[in-house]
Design a protein. Structure first.
Length: 192
């Protein structure tokens, strides 16, 4: 192979860039579990605005990377077990200074550090999740599905409130609280 052909191959080999943005039938969800008198109930929050880049290397998936930013003020409570007025109150509590503190920390960011293939189109993605500008390690389980010129990524991870000094409000004089563990679930598309 000539030097020019090798140089051309090197320029086009490696990860392809895909943009991640909101689209139909996509979501990033945060599930917060209640305790005490409300045990068994879950607050279901959705983030409407986010953007990022996936660099996917089909030849060496372990060289793939992702960088995702979520706009915190786009959070909204989508509970079906409370009325609209209470949904607004719960949304405002999530935006409050004791929780996500939208005023001072407008973004949540995830940056991958390692992608570990775990079978056909299954990956364990290790990285850093920054909430309130506090970076903490996070491991996500991710499934990838090719859809023509784009990819759909679904998965989940567990996050602890205490890792980020998040203090959710209590209700009923402390008789209803919140578990420390939250679940992040996502179903997003990445367009080439």
């Amino acid at each position: 192979m000539s030097a020019i052909a090798l140089l051309g191959f090197a320029l086009f080999a490696g990860p392809a860039a895909y943009q991640i943005e909101p689209a139909d039938h996509t979501h990033i969800v945060l599930e917060v579990y209640k305790t005490g008198l409300m045990s068994g109930k879950t607050h279901h929050f959705e983030f409407a605005r986010y953007h990022g880049t996936l660099w996917f290397d089909s030849e060496s998936p372990d060289r793939s990377k992702v960088d995702l930013t979520i706009e915190v003020d786009s959070i909204e409570c989508k509970d079906t077990w409370i009325n609209e007025k209470d949904q607004r109150k719960v949304t405002e509590a999530a935006r409050d200074k004791n929780m996500l503190d939208v005023e001072h920390f407008p973004e949540i960011r995830f940056v991958s550090k390692r992608v570990n293939p775990k079978g056909r189109d299954a990956f364990e993605v290790e990285g850093v999740l920054s909430i309130r500008e506090m970076p903490k390690p996070l491991t996500m389980q991710v499934q990838l599905k090719h859809e023509g010129g784009r990819m759909r990524l679904t998965g989940e991870a567990e996050v602890k409130l205490s890792d980020y000094d998040l203090k959710p409000p209590t209700a009923l004089l402390g008789a209803a609280g919140t578990k420390d563990e939250m679940k992040v679930q996502f179903n997003v598309v990445a367009e080439r």
